[in-house]
Design a protein around this ligand. Structure first.
Ligand SMILES: O=C(O)CCC(=O)C(=O)O
Length: 268
């Protein structure tokens, strides 16, 4: 696809796959870093406030979990603060060129997360729209989900509903994380076009923050490690919920005169 075709596909379908933008060596470096982050999580004292950024896999078999040398993690938030590797990955030139093509030259980062579905233990992520949970308006960010292992249906790859970004924002409640439960309790959700998006390690799925998506359990012997980032242009404003912080400082990934961060004041 040409860049123009990629943009047209994204605008119409709400998602886009960027194949093999990382080298095998870059993927290996990320995997080594994930192992280091697990060791780091294991070294944190029980009352260390940083522990809230390292979420345990809630449905793992307790005996199996306790037998492991490091914690069985489902998610690591704010990875930029813990890892140069994942800070730099957010600005990977090949990735950023594609995100710029979708959002323009000035790029800010809303989120840097690792979603981990450990082999045999990974829990589901029920269907939702990211923007339903984010204090950003208009709801038109781009989420990038980078596969660091090959991902397929058996290890819980992402599933999207094409064109669901045209549905408008909906209410999803608390996102279920059960092990083997259905991905939604809603019977009004049209799943007729649900599409699994398998990815080879080093590829990425980019999707509009209103696209309905989720992922199944990982009962396979292979982990599914994913680096997640969400980008937005300066035209997207910060609108916290009542009681939320009055301002938010975010990293600048590209443009904006090369400044490292931008502080967004809450819109009235
Ligand atoms: O990577 C996944 O399995 C789903 C992650 C997701 O939907 C999210 O964090 O919003």
């Amino acid at each position: 696809m040409t860049a123009e075709e990629q943009r047209a596909f994204f605008e119409d379908q709400g998602y886009l796959v960027l194949e093999d933008f990382m080298t095998a060596a870059e993927v290996d470096t990320c995997e080594t870093e994930i192992a280091r982050l697990h060791r780091f999580a294991g070294s944190l004292a029980a009352d260390d406030p940083q522990r809230h950024n390292f979420q345990l896999e809630p449905y793992a078999d307790v005996t199996a979990r306790n037998a492991l040398a490091t914690p069985l993690l489902r998610k690591i938030e704010e990875t930029r603060d813990y890892s140069d590797i994942f800070r730099d990955l957010a600005a990977h030139p090949k990735l950023i060129n594609t995100v710029r093509m979708l959002l323009g030259d000035d790029l800010l980062l809303f989120r840097s997360t690792l979603m981990l579905k450990p082999a045999l233990h990974g829990s589901v992520h029920a269907f939702h729209q990211d923007s339903a949970y984010w204090p950003m308006d208009p709801p038109s960010l781009v989420t990038v989900s980078i596969a660091l292992n090959d991902s397929a249906a058996d290890n819980g790859c992402i599933q999207v509903i094409p064109e669901s970004h045209k549905w408008g924002m909906q209410d999803w409640g608390l996102i279920a994380q059960d092990k083997d439960k259905p991905l939604t309790q809603r019977d009004d959700l049209d799943l007729s076009r649900l599409t699994s998006v398998p990815l080879t390690a080093g590829s990425a799925l980019l999707f509009h923050s209103l696209v309905v998506h989720g992922s199944g359990p990982n009962n396979s012997p292979r982990p599914r490690h994913t680096a997640l980032y969400a980008y937005f242009p300066p035209t997207v404003r910060y609108r916290p919920k009542p009681g939320g912080a009055k301002e938010k400082t975010v990293p600048v990934i590209h443009g904006l005169g090369g400044r490292p961060t931008l502080t967004l004041a809450a819109d009235a």
